[in-house]
Write a protein that binds this ligand. Structure first.
Ligand code: ADP
Ligand code: MG
Length: 465
């Protein structure tokens, strides 16, 4: 997927305000009615429609009239929101070339002012099948509505949390730098994915290290679940780094043994094929630790002493709520129960939108307020609890610090105001659902003449925002 950061440089504060408004609307709406966007963005002189037109032109928003007339963020729009937030936080200041295209992600180089290059992973769930095709089909079948952006955000937060935890436990993983929305910033791993390596000086050492990692993960209560030559990086000194963690499961998962054996099998198969290794003589002494193996030299899952609480502990330490965990676990594993939430939208709306409108009323940047409020309902991929990024907080338009303002907003329990705002919101939604078209017809905003960017345009300084 293209990431034309050129466009980013020309987006105004109002553009971002409207993008943010759509994002907020999407917490409770698959498609956000234009009137709701306008209410949330609260731009002066009805400027929202003009801004939306511009955002549609640049494909940051998508118009959808399939169920009722409204808008949703595209992945590109979501990318820009995440990038802007991270740039504002001072995490990086430039986006560089694309490093890789994963199954469900795009990886780019990013650089700081002082020239440090890091990797930015943008999760893109829904682009291709997620691990098991069947699981996804089950997932979608039982959902009345779903939101890929939301799931991508959960995947990113999950990956970031694991990366941090694994790093702290001495695993060879990239350094987890920061995370926002569906975007994870990590250190750049030197070297190549193992799949690109044709020759190794010490294949047996590398093999033992890799199998040792699978075993050590299990000891820490984790199974990678996608442990293969695409997710193992190797440098010129044959040092191994593992990547790609959002799908990891606990050793207490009902299919743990199967996932563990599958990870092991992937490694055995690859080394046997690529490096002609045979495993009869493989000792049980993997990575310096004695491990029980079966007759073929494969480590035995049942004989590993496992810390089963690790996964839950680490995830909750990162601000991952139980609801988040359940949601993403359903998606990953396909253990779907019937989802009967299609009609409770209004109750939830009232709670969420009143918060957003209240924020606007208070003159606070709604994006920042939502981040805080979301800790109870839906954390904004904004993992301050496992803070690794710079400590400088972005400032609001009026120059005030968001924490202080939030306190004011949090403490403001003006029931009357809330009631009034809810009423306004309900009217807007009803009007939009009643088929009243509030925006020009589909054809007017189709970006017919839009030119696609080429990759050479990607290298851009973003610090000028
Ligand atoms: P996916 O989940 O979509 O499979 P991955 O995390 O496996 O995504 O990343 C896809 C590719 O991007 C990897 O195979 C690798 O080539 C590259 N990549 C990912 N993370 C890094 C990193 N930290 N440093 C360098 N390259 C990376
Ligand atoms: Mg991968």
């Amino acid at each position: 997927m293209k990431l034309d950061v050129d466009v980013l440089r020309y987006l105004t504060k109002e553009d971002f305000r409207v993008l943010t408004a759509v994002e907020m609307g999407m917490r409770n709406h698959e498609i956000v009615p234009a009137e709701l966007v306008e209410r949330i963005a609260a731009l002066k002189h009805g400027g929202t429609y003009k801004v939306m037109k511009n955002l549609l032109k640049h494909k940051l928003l998508h118009h959808d009239a399939s169920k009722y007339d409204g808008f949703r963020l595209t992945y590109l729009g979501y990318d820009f929101l995440a990038i802007k937030t991270l740039v504002n936080r001072g995490v990086f200041s430039a986006v560089g070339r694309q490093l890789g295209v994963g199954k469900e992600s795009d990886i780019f180089e990013v650089a700081t002012e002082d020239g440090t290059v890091m990797a930015m992973k943008l999760h893109r769930l829904g682009r291709t099948s997620f691990r098991a095709v069947k699981s996804k089909r089950d997932y979608l079948k039982h959902r009345s509505s779903f939101n890929w952006l939301y799931l991508s955000r959960l995947a990113a937060l999950r990956e970031f949390s694991f990366m941090k935890a694994l790093e702290e436990h001495g695993f060879p993983v990239p350094n987890a730098v920061d995370c926002n929305r569906h975007c994870v910033i990590m250190s750049l791993v030197p070297g190549y994915p193992l799949v690109q390596v044709k020759q190794l000086e010490n294949p047996e050492t590398v093999f033992n290290t890799i199998i040792g990692l699978v075993v050590r993960l299990a000891e820490h209560g984790l199974i990678h679940c996608d442990f293969n030559e695409f997710n193992i990086m190797i440098d010129d000194d044959e040092k191994v780094t593992m990547i790609d963690f959002p799908q990891m499961v606990s050793v207490s998962h009902r299919n743990a043994q199967m996932y563990f054996d599958r990870d092991v099998e992937c490694v055995f198969k690859f080394f046997s094929k690529r490096f002609n290794m045979s495993f009869h003589e493989c000792t049980a002494d993997i990575d310096g630790t004695a491990v029980d193996t079966d007759d073929s030299g494969r480590p035995s899952f049942t004989s590993i002493a496992k810390d089963t609480g690790f996964l839950d502990k680490e995830l909750s330490a990162s601000g991952f709520t139980r609801k988040d965990q359940e949601e993403i676990a359903k998606f990953i594993e396909g253990g779907i129960k019937k989802d009967a939430n299609s009609d409770d939208e209004d109750t939830e709306d009232d709670e969420h939108i009143s918060v957003l409108n209240e924020a606007n009323t208070m003159g606070v940047d709604s994006l920042h307020v939502a981040d805080q409020h979301d800790e109870q309902v839906e954390p904004e991929g904004n993992v301050r609890t496992c803070e690794a990024g710079p400590s400088s907080e972005p400032e609001n338009e009026d120059g005030s610090n968001e924490e202080g303002d939030n306190e004011t907003v949090n403490n403001d329990n003006d029931a009357e105001l809330e009631k009034r705002l809810n009423k306004v919101r309900r009217r807007a939604v009803t009007a939009a659902r009643g088929g009243r078209k509030t925006f020009a017809s589909r054809n007017t905003y189709k970006d017919k003449g839009g030119k696609s960017s080429n990759s050479s345009k990607i290298q851009r300084q973003l610090s000028s925002w």
